[in-house]
Ligand binder design. Structure first.
Ligand SMILES: Nc1ncnc2c1ncn2[C@@H]1O[C@H](COP(=O)(O)OP(=O)(O)OP(=O)(O)O)[C@@H](O)[C@H]1O
Ligand SMILES: [Mg+2]
Length: 379
């Protein structure tokens, strides 16, 4: 028996499809070293209280115990990702990935003598700058040849379960190109948005710590010369805002995520506001100031792309960062080049890459003559 999954290992959060396109998983990309802990009575959902020991030759230290996701974000020593780390070289993406799969495995593979043996077809990917450097092969090999064991420690309802993870196949895609696949193919592999085919398209994926600018040629291939990735995203600007709000109002916004909620709140009473001693205080000026700086940088990137590749006909903005920057980018664009910039829905912005990885996996299986239903039930 095997399971088919796609995982987008985002710097901000893991997004995945497990088994099919209806079953999604989202886990904030935060880990903290933790050998032991008390299970809190209130913890019911294992996803919010993941605590694991991982033994894998893919990890630099071969073994470690971590809290993962929401639980880790409550730990003072949690690891914040910094822009200088490559996903292919770091341990954190491996910890996130294996924990996600182990969580899936306990519900889908049988347990024998206390051990769950799980085999996966995995479709994942790396940012453009890393695949350009040839990291995909290394990343794939690191996962495919290694033995991985995930033991659930103090995780409600999963404590003591041991999962052995093995990969039957691993596809390592390029994040930006994957988005193009999602834009142009339906779930059954047929073509959608036909008007995009045969045109040069720019796809900007503005993430937490990185921005990928993929140029897709008229032949539907990545333009390796001009496509580009930079280690810059919204997270560092969120940190600046949080610092400035503290300096000015002596009020601490708890996390980047809390700030995102303040910025995107649909209630005008709450949006751009904090409550200091019960009084409503606007922080819009600070937010505008910081995000405008980032938007200008991102716009400059778009301009560079259009200058280098004048054939670009459309630019899609995706990633959580594009949702945040949409008003600023649109405003700059209006007074500057008036490029045809397209934004996608909130849901698509976040899930597009993971969904693309799943579609790519389906196409791969189809090309190999593997039927997903048959393979999934074959023991
Ligand atoms: N629904 C949402 N609305 C607005 N912003 C969001 C939403 N969901 C997430 N974000 C924010 O957008 C930012 C980028 O999220 P995204 O999931 O695209 O990054 P990522 O894929 O994890 O990072 P990277 O692509 O750099 O690896 C994060 O700071 C996140 O908090
Ligand atoms: Mg991303």
């Amino acid at each position: 028996m095997v399971r088919f999954v796609s995982i987008d290992i985002g710097n901000d959060a893991i997004k995945g499809f497990l088994g099919n396109l209806e079953n999604r998983i989202y886990i904030p990309n935060v880990i903290a070293q933790a050998n032991d802990r008390e299970i809190v009575e209130m913890e019911k959902n294992p996803l919010n209280a993941l605590h694991v020991e991982i033994t894998s030759s893919a990890l630099k230290n071969k073994n470690g115990s971590f809290t993962v996701g929401k639980l880790a974000s409550k730990y003072p020593n949690n690891d914040e990702l910094t822009p200088d780390q490559d996903k292919a070289d770091s341990d954190q993406p491996i910890v996130m990935l294996l924990t996600t799969l182990a969580y899936d495995a306990v519900n889908h593979f049988p347990e024998e003598d206390g051990i769950i043996e799980a085999t996966y077809y995995l479709s994942s990917g790396l940012p453009l700058d890393e695949t350009k450097k040839g990291k995909a092969k290394y990343f794939r090999k690191k996962l495919k040849t290694a033995q991985h064991e995930v033991k659930f420690l103090k995780t409600p309802s999963l404590e003591g379960k041991v999962v052995h993870i093995k990969f039957e196949q691993i596809l390592v895609n390029t994040e930006g190109f994957a988005a193009f696949v999602d834009l142009t193919t339906n779930r059954d592999g047929s073509i959608k948005n036909e008007e995009l085919i045969g045109k040069t398209i720019l796809i900007n994926d503005i993430g937490g710590l990185s921005t990928d600018s993929a140029i897709i040629t008229a032949e539907s291939e990545v333009d390796n010369e001009y496509s580009n990735g930079i280690k810059r995203g919204v997270s560092t600007y969120f940190d600046n805002i949080i610092r400035k709000v503290y300096t000015k109002h002596k009020y601490t916004i708890k996390s980047r995520r809390t700030l995102v909620e303040i910025i995107t709140n649909n209630d005008p009473e709450e949006q751009y506001h904090i409550w200091v001693d019960g009084n409503r205080v606007s922080i819009k000026e600070i937010i505008d100031e910081e995000l405008y700086v980032l938007a200008k940088e991102e716009y400059k990137l778009i301009k560079d792309m259009w200058r280098n590749v004048p054939d670009i006909r459309l630019s899609y903005q995706i990633g959580g960062g594009s949702l945040i920057l949409k008003p600023y980018l649109s405003k700059i664009n209006q007074t500057d080049k008036n490029y045809p910039l397209r934004f996608v829905s909130e849901d698509d912005s976040i899930w597009m890459i993971a969904r693309a990885y799943f579609k790519i996996l389906l196409m791969y299986l189809q090309s190999k003559g593997v039927s997903i239903e048959a393979a999934a039930t074959k023991v």
